[in-house]
Design a protein around this ligand. Structure first.
Ligand SMILES: Cc1ncc(COP(=O)(O)O)c(C=O)c1O
Length: 363
């Protein structure tokens, strides 16, 4: 047996008819770039996110970078972000020419800590990128309050949180913009790369729209500096349209798996994710233990592939070294371990993983 943290082959088999239908529709039409599928997906996804606009782009990192650029942020500006979310916001901020300033996270959720954000703000801070890590929404009411008091814009990194909500407000509708990745393993994933920026600010949406295509307001007339090619394509948009109506059910199944893990592992010497409401879409089911590497090896001996999200905080990565001191981030990095969690996983597999974890902890 070999159990992956996310088995996309099963996912594609479950949806094979709908995916083929979507791809064949695009083939038959013969229109591959910025056509009716992208337009329809942008409408449908904006609605799903309770935003007025959605702009499809090439991937989630570009979504973040273009949102930063569209806010007029660049050299000399600081953008506050977390250092425990895989480095994507760092890449985006730096690509825009701005400087990331790292903020520590809450010990429970590992999402940005609002009090730490307040301490990290400086007169040069122009924006905050708040990541909804592992599919758990950050504390948006408090983060928005701190940012608004300082006159700083908030961009949500929703790459792991499609369909999550807090107080019935979807991820992506709290800040000035929400940035999504449709990388294949995401809760809403394409069959390749894809991304989107959602916003209810019409002018911001228009700037992202121009930046994703050479700075053009219309064909062959460049107006906005910083533009390039970062388009979502018709094939991916058609695939995303086929999957979007299933997103709520996928998320519910992920939550059910997280709940089952919780039942199986409660009381064990292991820190577990807490709370399985609308604010958690279980993109990754991440436990914490000081014996992380040994647990990972023990699971691997059973054919269970557990992974680490993420092993090295951004401020310790060679090209981005920064003098930040982030005790919670630094303590969590060697402890986090992601267990398999995907909608097509069976109850028997969840029970098997639970038993393998307990067996290791009792050894
Ligand atoms: C939190 C987060 N932000 C941004 C990204 C970047 O998305 P992409 O891989 O589509 O560039 C990812 C995923 O890869 C992610 O997990």
């Amino acid at each position: 047996m070999r159990l992956l943290i996310n088995d996309l082959k099963r996912h594609n088999e479950a949806l094979a008819g709908e995916l083929r239908g979507a791809l064949e529709r695009v083939l038959a039409r013969g229109w591959f770039i910025l056509g009716p599928e992208v337009e329809a997906f942008e409408r449908e996804f904006a609605q799903a996110c309770a935003a007025s606009h959605c702009v499809g782009v090439a991937n989630g990192t570009d979504a973040l970078e273009l949102a930063v650029r569209a806010l007029g942020i660049g050299p000399g500006d600081e953008v506050a972000t977390v250092a425990n979310a895989g480095g994507y916001s760092t890449v985006a901020i730096r690509a825009a020419g701005a400087t990331p300033v790292y903020v520590d996270v809450e010990p429970g959720s590992l999402n940005m800590d609002a009090a730490a954000l307040e301490r990290a703000l400086s007169p040069s801070t122009r924006a905050v990128i708040a990541t909804h890590l592992y599919g758990r929404m950050a504390d948006m009411p408090r983060l928005m309050e701190v940012a608004e008091r300082a006159g700083v814009r908030v961009i949500e990194d929703c790459a792991q949180a499609h369909g999550a909500a807090r107080d019935s407000r979807p991820a992506g509708s709290w800040g000035v913009a929400g940035c999504f990745s449709f990388y294949p393993t995401k809760n809403l994933g394409a069959l390749g790369d894809g991304g989107a920026v959602v916003t209810s600010d019409a002018a911001l949406a228009e700037r992202v729209r121009r930046l994703r295509q050479y700075g053009w307001p219309e064909k062959y007339r460049a107006e906005l500096p910083g533009g390039r090619n970062s388009r979502l394509d018709e094939m991916q948009a058609a695939v995303l349209r086929a999957k979007l109506p299933h997103l709520a059910a996928f998320n519910e199944r992920r939550r059910a798996i997280a709940r089952a893990y919780h039942e199986a592992l409660r009381g064990a010497p292991l820190a577990l994710p807490e709370g399985f409401g609308e604010d958690y879409v279980a993109h990754l089911y991440v436990v914490r233990t000081a014996r992380r590497d040994a647990l990972r090896a023990a699971l691997s001996a059973h054919g269970i592939i557990a992974e680490v999200h993420y092993p090295v905080p951004d401020h310790w990565q060679e090209p981005w070294r920064a003098p930040a001191v982030l005790p919670v981030t630094e303590q969590a990095a060697p402890e986090v371990l992601t267990l398999p969690c995907f909608p097509e996983m069976t109850d028997a597999e969840v029970a098997l993983v639970g038993r393998a974890v307990l067996e290791f902890l009792e050894s």
